[in-house]
Design a protein around this ligand. Sequence first.
Ligand code: GDP
Ligand code: ZN
Length: 459
Amino acid sequence: METDTIAAISTPVGEGGIAVIRVSGPDAIPLVDRVYKGKQALTEASTHTVHYGHVVYPFTDGDPIDEVLVTVMRKPRTFTREDVVEISCHGGLVPVQAVLEALLEAGARLAEPGEFTKRAFLNGRIDLSQAEGVIDLIRSKTDRAAQVAMRQAEGRLSRLVQRLRQDILETLAHLAVNVDYPEYDADELTAQRLRERCDQVEQEVETLLTTARQGRIYREGIATVIVGRPNVGKSSLLNALAHENKAIVTDIPGTTRDVIEEYVNVRGIPLRLVDTAGIRETEDVVEKIGVERSHRALEEADLVLLLLNYTEPLSADDRRLLDEMKHHTAIVVVNKTDLPSGLDVEEVRSLLGKTPLVSTSIKEETGLDQLEQAIVDLFFAGRAQSGDFTYVSNARHIHLLKESLRHIQEAKTGLEMGVPLDMVEIDMKNAWQSLGEIIGDAVAEDLIDQIFSQFCLGK
Ligand code: GDP
Ligand code: ZN
């Protein structure tokens, strides 16, 4: 049980005009009151009220540090289900740090990353998948990713998983009757019903898993590699994409990066442009980073953009790369179409198979729309983008869903082979258990710590 009072800056440092410091814990209100000067003592304030005043160093009559608005929220209707005080002060690193220091001096402890959300979880306000939704929300790169994360935070995945578990539980209850009273002899009927239930659960878990690919793309971005001969326009394309769509700053903790990444937002889909350093600095990605490296970059890519030069015939390198594209999700971009033709585009088409081809002049800014459309088509062809389904975008959830699917399938195999029902019961219980881990039932303490430590400070 955690009983101390924690504080942290909960807005991005150095951004925006206002910064919010959040304080949570049993001592939150009297503690903030020690550094607060205003019309009324905060300890007398009613819940969910806002107060204007100044923050001063505690235990002194010193000069005010900053002008503030203080929101007092008494438990249990708060994010952490503890008493919470939020202090809005002027942005700028110096006053915010000074207010935080005053709070620490007054007895607060600096919160660990994710500790507020962890408390919300431990106090039963949110379940684990909702907490992870909050992590994704903090990290999400585009609006759409934010929507997915938001929906998860709202508990849609939780509700789905809970319903599935309920189904399994009811089935288990039926089974228990049969296992405990074999003379009751409804075996044949039970097995039939069991098969139906298993089919149904299996199908729903599979549906959740098929949305996982899209979810991962929204969350992590489409890993994109731009390849092509020197001077064909790779840097220009990168800049055009980044310029039109405003590059998104990356902030993923824990990723080791020997390649530089840059995010651009293409119609709501984040493209993660890999190896941009190679493109930007060496001019020739294929030659300078070596065949090995470029192979690895290609292997790990979700999308390869192969640029060809409209003004020149195919080179040996071009042909080699074109051939390679058969193994990848790729788009061939014929660039510099504003210049006289030297390329047999029909021949290129005939070499391509299913790989789409787009013509551009990056210089004259033509064809970029078509390129963006081709990307959307490749990854979301035939898929409504209304966002009307629940995404599963978290690696841990995907793993657990796969695990529960495996148990369900074992149960089905068992039923087909006519194994004793108590064996089937074990598989069903395992499936129920795996699903439960998604929403934090029966999760080991260290796993909880690991999940919450991924948060930014102050969340
Ligand atoms: P990279 O070596 O593949 O990265 O190629 P760059 O992006 O550095 O481009 C090489 C040259 O081609 C630069 O001078 C660009 O301005 C020029 N370039 C890029 N795209 C086009 C285009 O569509 N038309 C024309 N005429 N020039 C282009
Ligand atoms: Zn961060």
